[in-house]
Design a protein. Structure first.
Lengths: 410, 428
């Protein structure tokens, strides 16, 4: 049985590009063959979820039906009188939309029979999309969701497993028309560029850091940590930088593939990374790292919480308010990553990093302490980079392994 | 700029690069390896060497002899076969194949199209578990080149059909659509269609070129370590002299633990928490019924096909460790006897059975791996075996060993063969 996991090896790209060729030619000549697009989308989805992954496939189908029911029930409610917009109903629907994902996240920490898993590849990213639509229906920025477009939006296979997270309105703008020829040729140029940048990132650099060096560094860190306070040795520093590089190149490479394939299909899926390690403070870092996720959290967690708290006058002090909002924002993100101590610490760490950064910025502004120049910029980038790498060390779970697990060697 | 030019500027370079790459890898290249890099490859135990073919083939022609085994091969103390062969400039040099996790099926895969006149194989009874070759471990040794070789050489025999079925149990093989398709055909006893055959021939050429170009880039240079180990040995070979050095070295390295094993291993691998957990944990271990018995038969088939003379070595478990973990010596001997029966009944007589020597001092380097005196003891047989003139062997293979019945059987006639007899035979 053929099973193809997205972007797992060079072979996948050959199959994919051959399958996309008619679509590309069509778009070049100003035609979008929607039936063909639907057919290959379903085919590639099928190959992700077939063979021994069939249970995931069935779950996906059930999940889609469920989310359709939630979204369209809410849309029906919103359209009923044109004015119906009760907060508790909105909250109920958001909860309903999040429910399956929440169950999947809680599942590992509740006792259950081994080998029974719920969920499927990409459930997080689908949930981001559906929650976003419910929220925008409430705001009225989306008036009507077209079922076919919604289906195509949710099941857009280049991004189904790990994003980037597109927005419904943006997607709907692209997905029905064929781009102008000039513009499409430009897209193709970018698509090819991103594809090869992705190869370099994921299959060469990501492999070097993640497969070639990281296991060695981790093993050395575990050995050298014996008998040291907190099992720490200089090797841990190596693990930290190596893992950070691996995380970036692996994920950025993956995201580039998704964007590239989208461009081939005439869809402008947003970019996910913009030189994150060149950020000069932690806030800017989050505008450059996993951007579609952090913007999603900014729009639908941070802003929502801030407005809600302001409206209800929960917190008067604006500074305090944004600080609380950061903590809420990053803790939700932490829970989404998974319910483990190191994700929680990672969330708190970033929340406090941003809070401290804000305090520093205000202090600097007030006292006009330092003048901006190339040197201070370099120091800022250096500090930010190291703060971020330390957070990734926590995120990696390696410390959990180092401190609490007995490494079993053969 | 015209649109066509723009398109060409985007896609032209890719098309050219792809054509160039395919072209280069489709040509029948030849190359030589320096003596130094062959020596490095033989001692390095890297996965790429294991998965490759060119270096194996060329080394065998220069007097290298494959030493098939698993994790014990990486116990590089001063009595390691490679150290002894290097120090005393023997007429052969071990080509180490295998490391932790490589069992019969992985070895069989690697033996495709790489025949040798002689071979040493260390068979660990620990391979013979209920599951046999672990698919995750196999994936470390999986080589599309070797599997393609297997497919192209396969015939409609019980052995090849069984091998195809076994390969298909390994996830890494299954994920290659072309190879798994061909394996299904072999398993079903069908002939490969011509186009598929041509395609595979072409793929094999590409895999071979990959091996040819790149394998020698990732070698591990153990020569300094080997020479360092060799320094402590007497300049002229003498068993007594070596035994003395071996005991000295072992004594120095096995302090501070109740099992008489290498201090480093004890400290790194066996912390108190783990030790507590392992106490009595192996009481129910069973090495008597396993798919490994049929996988071993594949290896024997290959030896027979290649007319290879083989010396088999069966190592023991460290006796103190065995008592600590509760592993049953009776079960262990039963497993060893079953292995020996399979070998002897088909004409593989050179079996050096060390399975009862786990209690000898400094025999084991750690829990289940030969070291110092163990290596030296084994060297007696290896030395005699290598000196023996090569005569084309005749084996009497029996397909019964591919059956479920054999894999599950517990009753095997007792094999009567002493190491003394084996040694005498070798020295004949």
């Amino acid at each position: 049985m053929i099973n193809l996991q997205p972007y797992e090896n060079p072979q996948y790209f050959i199959y994919l590009l051959v399958a996309l060729l008619p679509l590309v030619i069509g778009l070049y000549f100003g035609k979008r063959y929607k039936w063909y697009e639907a057919a290959i989308s379903l085919l590639f989805l099928f190959f992700i979820f077939d063979a021994d992954k069939w249970k995931q496939g069935v779950t996906l189908i059930a999940y889609i039906i469920y989310q359709f029911a939630v979204t369209f029930a809410y849309q029906h409610y919103r359209q009923k009188t044109g004015k119906a917009n009760k907060t508790w109903i909105f909250c109920t629907f958001v909860v309903l939309a999040i429910l399956p994902l929440a169950a999947v996240k809680i599942w590992p920490v509740v006792p259950h029979k081994a080998g029974i898993d719920i969920g499927f590849l990409g459930i997080s990213y689908l949930t981001f999309k559906t929650v976003q639509v419910v929220m925008e229906l409430r705001d009225g920025t989306i008036k009507k969701v077209d079922p076919i477009t919604y289906m195509r939006f949710l099941l857009f296979f280049p991004t189904i497993s790990s994003g980037p997270i597109d927005r419904y309105r943006r997607f709907a703008k692209d997905c029905d028309k064929a781009p102008e020829r000039e513009a499409y040729i430009k897209d193709l140029g970018l698509a090819v560029k991103y594809l090869f940048q992705g190869f370099l990132y994921k299959f060469i650099l990501g492999w070097l850091f993640g497969t070639y060096w990281l296991p060695y560094l981790e093993a050395q860190a575990i050995i050298a940590g014996k008998g040291m306070p907190l099992h720490l040795s200089w090797w841990v520093l190596g693990v930290m930088y190596c893992y950070s590089m691996y995380l970036f190149f692996d994920f950025a490479g993956y995201s580039l593939f998704a964007v590239s394939i989208s461009y081939f299909m005439g869809i402008h899926t947003p970019m996910n990374f913009n030189k994150p390690f060149a950020a000069h403070n932690i806030k800017e870092f989050w505008n450059r790292w996993h951007m579609t996720l952090s913007f999603w959290f900014r729009d639908f967690i941070f802003m929502r919480f801030t407005f809600f708290a302001m409206k209800k006058r929960l917190i008067k002090n604006r500074v305090r308010l944004s600080q609380i909002a950061y903590i809420v924002n990053f803790m939700v993100m932490a829970v989404w990553h998974g319910i483990t101590w190191y994700y929680m610490v990672y969330g708190l760490y970033h929340a406090f990093a941003i809070i401290i950064n804000d305090i520093w910025l205000r202090y600097k502004k007030k006292h006009k302490l330092v003048k901006h120049n190339k040197f201070t910029e370099a120091v800022a980038i250096f500090v930010t980079f190291n703060v971020v790498c330390l957070s990734f060390l926590i995120f990696s779970g390696f410390l959990d392994n180092l401190w609490f697990n007995v490494p079993l060697g053969k | 700029m015209k649109n066509k030019t723009k398109l060409w500027l985007i896609f032209g370079p890719i098309i050219c690069a792809a054509l160039l790459l395919i072209g280069i890898f489709s040509l029948p290249w030849e190359r030589t390896f320096s003596k130094g890099s062959l020596y490095q490859a033989a001692a390095s135990q890297t996965k790429t060497v294991f998965k490759g073919k060119d270096m194996r083939q060329k080394a065998y022609k220069l007097g290298y002899v494959p030493f098939y085994g698993s994790s014990e091969l990486s116990r590089f103390d001063n009595m390691h076969p490679t150290v002894l062969a290097t120090k005393y400039r023997r007429g052969y040099m071990p080509f180490l194949l295998g490391a932790a996790g490589s069992q019969s099926l992985a070895q069989y895969q690697g033996m495709q199209d790489a025949p040798s006149k002689k071979a040493v194989m260390v068979i660990s009874p620990q391979w013979f578990t209920q599951e046999g070759q672990d698919p995750a471990a196999f994936s470390l040794y999986y080589s599309p080149l070797h599997v393609t070789d297997f497919i192209l050489n396969a015939q409609d025999t019980e052995a090849d059909r069984y091998a195809a079925r076994r390969f298909l149990k390994m996830d890494c093989v299954k994920s290659n659509h072309v190879l798994s398709h061909a394996l299904f055909e072999i398993a079903a006893g069908l002939e490969l269609p011509k186009t598929e055959r041509y395609y595979l021939l072409w793929r094999r050429r590409m895999y071979s070129n990959e091996d040819r170009f790149f394998t020698s880039f990732q070698l591990r240079d153990r020569l300094p370590k080997i020479e360092q180990q060799g320094k402590s040995l007497p300049d002229k070979y003498s068993y007594k002299g070596l035994l003395k050095v071996s005991n000295q070295e072992a004594k120095r390295n096995t302090r501070g633990n109740p099992f008489g094993i290498r201090t480093g291993f004890y400290r790194k691998r066996l912390n108190p928490k783990l030790l507590k957990r392992l106490k009595g944990s192996q009481k129910k271990f069973n090495y008597v019924q396993s798919p490994e018995f049929s996988d071993l038969e594949l290896v024997l088939n290959q030896f027979s096909k290649d007319k290879t003379q083989v010396l088999f070595v069966i190592p023991p478990v460290n006796a103190k460790w065995r008592k600590y973990t509760g592993l049953s010596q009776k079960m262990y001997e039963k497993s060893v006897n079953k292995i020996k029966h399979e070998l002897i009944s088909q004409g593989f007589d050179n079996i050096y059975d060390l399975s009862q020597m786990g209690g000898k001092k400094h025999f084991m380097e750690d829990t289940i791996h030969l070291g110092w005196n163990g290596w030296l003891y084994m060297d007696q047989a290896v030395k005699a075996f290598m000196k023996q003139k090569y005569v084309k062997p005749t084996y009497a293979l029996n397909d019964y060993f591919f059956t479920e019945d054999w894999r599950n059987t517990k009753t095997v006639p007792k094999v009567a063969l002493t190491n003394k007899q084996v040694l005498a035979n070798l020295k004949k």
